[in-house]
Write a protein that binds this ligand. Structure first.
Ligand code: HEC
Ligand code: HEC
Length: 464
């Protein structure tokens, strides 16, 4: 891949060299030769001796001129390639992008780097473990009776139009990790949804729900899927209430949960389901044991990953006990732009097709920061379920959310300040470390359940 300017330069140098040699030849043949009374052999000897000198001088000049005269950009590719082993090799953000995209605009207000540079992140990051209870809202206190009722509703397929799906069909909390393991969900009549089903485990700790954060509570959330035409497909909440009334088992459960004269209505159905979901939490992870004082709970690799997770800035968004800026512990930053930095991942995984909470077609999406608890168990990942390897998700996050792809020019239009940032792509080892750390957020109880369910599935297959 020789640069055109170098080709031009070399051809000029070659012509100059040929002219020089022609002049030398003429001088020896018609001037020096006759004057020194040299024979033909002598003339050839003199010409060759002087010519070699000119040739090596020209080569030296060419090298010096090449190194000093060309802009860095021309030389850099040759030097850089030898030194750096690019991890995201197909992508050089400075040279590979169309001009309009080469700059990052500091006005992207969710740029975590800007916060770091502005010195707002100076206090040390404090790691915290998950409490073993979820605070319930005042207007829906938790009781064992309500939880029991909610559990029955959560598993009841009669609450879907064709009686084929319950909440647990897409949020398998018995033998799965609280999701359906599909890229996007399958509703009634085999209708494919547009988004990945998040796990319901620890959803109770989130301050807003859904990928785009459009529901403000579990109570509000639970009413959505029932009447979503491509999920459970009930025509109305009245119809849902009717299905519950049909089943005589529910009357005593409702009375126990809400009192003798209680109505069976959608609000109470949602309240009961939400109460049950508040029991779906997993504080039993190696990470929590480590933070609680068992310093052997994490491996050396997981500790390295934990340090990178902090120092790279993953904690700017995935912070607190539930690893999310959209949690009950701290809801300062529930929604973030995603993807922030332009990279080829955008196209490859169609990351901007769905803009989440942002205006459609605005180019950059806005998404609720998901919890990372049990994330190693809930693939495929991202809102569209487009990525099936956790390693790749970490690579994507470090690139699109933190700009770890190479070199950047940051132009602040407000301050007329240009900054060059060196943020090398993460090495495979660093990525493996972070993945290992994310695995330390997996609940032992969930792993056990998944193993058991898989075991009985295998047995069923063997006994067939
Ligand atoms: C057809 C599959 C399907 C069914 C059935 C279903 N869900 Fe979901 N659930 C999803 C999908 C997909 C999302 C994400 C949708 C979005 O973000 O736009 C979701 C989101 C959620 C969330 C939000 C989690 C979070 O982290 O924000 C909760 C909680 C939840 N569902 C509970 C329920 C309950 C309760 C029921 C039963 C009443 C139910 N789901 C039925 C597919 C399903
Ligand atoms: C600027 C905020 C921000 C930063 C920094 C950030 N993330 Fe995220 N992360 C998000 C958002 C928003 C999503 C949801 C993306 C979507 O809509 O699919 C997400 C999603 C994820 C997911 C997928 C979750 C799932 O269930 O599919 C993982 C894993 C993840 N982040 C890990 C990381 C790691 C590791 C880092 C550091 C290298 C990091 N994130 C840095 C905001 C951030």
């Amino acid at each position: 891949m020789l640069n055109l300017t170098i080709m031009n330069f070399l051809s000029v140098a070659l012509i100059a060299l040929l002219v020089g040699l022609a002049v030398l030849f003429t001088m020896v043949r018609y001037d020096l030769g006759p004057k020194g009374r040299l024979a033909r052999g002598g003339q050839w000897f003199l010409a060759t001796a002087l010519g070699t000198g000119i040739l090596s001088l020209a080569v030296k000049l060419m090298i010096i001129l090449t190194v000093t005269n060309f802009p860095d950009a021309v030389i850099e590719p040759f030097i850089e390639q030898a030194r750096i082993e690019p991890v995201v090799s197909e992508y050089d953000p400075l040279l590979g992008m169309p001009a309009s995209k080469r700059f990052l605009w500091q006005s992207l207000d969710s740029d975590p780097l800007a916060a770091n540079r502005a010195g707002t992140n100076t206090s040390p990051y404090v790691w915290r473990s998950l409490p073993d209870q979820v605070p319930a809202p005042e207007n829906n206190p938790m009781t064992p009776e309500k939880v029991l009722l909610g559990k029955r509703l959560f598993f009841d397929k009669n609450l879907s139009w064709d009686r084929t799906l319950s909440c647990s069909s897409c949020h398998d909390v018995i033998g799965g990790s609280g999701d359906d393991g599909r890229p996007t969900s399958l509703g009634i009549n085999d209708q494919l949804g547009g988004r990945n089903a998040p796990t319901v485990w620890n959803a109770a700790f989130q301050s807003v729900l859904f990928w785009d954060g459009r529901a403000a509570s579990l109570e509000e959330q639970a009413k959505g899927p029932l009447i979503n035409p491509i999920e459970m497909g009930m025509p109305s909440w009245k119809e849902v209430e009717q299905r519950v009334l049909e089943d005589p088992a529910y009357q005593p459960l409702f009375e126990a949960a809400f009192g003798a004269d209680s109505l069976i209505d959608i609000e109470r159905i949602a309240e009961a389901i939400a109460s049950y979901e508040r029991t779906l939490i997993t504080p039993d992870t190696p990470y929590d044991r480590f933070v609680e004082g068992d310093l052997n709970a994490l491996s050396a690799q997981q500790l390295r990953g934990m340090a990178s997770f902090q120092s790279l800035g993953c904690v700017n968004c995935h912070f607190g006990p539930n690893f999310s800026g959209a949690s009950l512990f701290d809801s300062r930053a529930p929604l973030r732009i995603f993807p922030i930095y332009p990279t080829p991942f955008e196209q490859k995984y169609e990351l901007t097709r769905d803009a989440g909470a942002a205006m459609a077609g605005s180019g950059r999406g806005s998404w609720r920061v998901p919890s990372l608890r049990n994330v190693a168990l809930t693939g495929p990942w991202l809102h569209n379920g487009s990525v099936s390897e956790l390693k790749e998700v970490v690579r994507i996050m470090s690139s699109v959310q933190l700009g770890h792809t190479g070199h950047y020019l940051v132009w602040s239009d407000d301050h007329k300040v240009m900054t060059k940032l060196d943020r090398p792509a993460l090495s495979d080892d660093e990525i493996e470390d972070i993945v290992a750390f994310l695995q330390s957020l997996s609940s032992r109880m969930l792993l056990e359940r998944i193993k058991l369910a898989k075991g009985s599935r295998d047995e069923a297959i063997v006994s067939q």
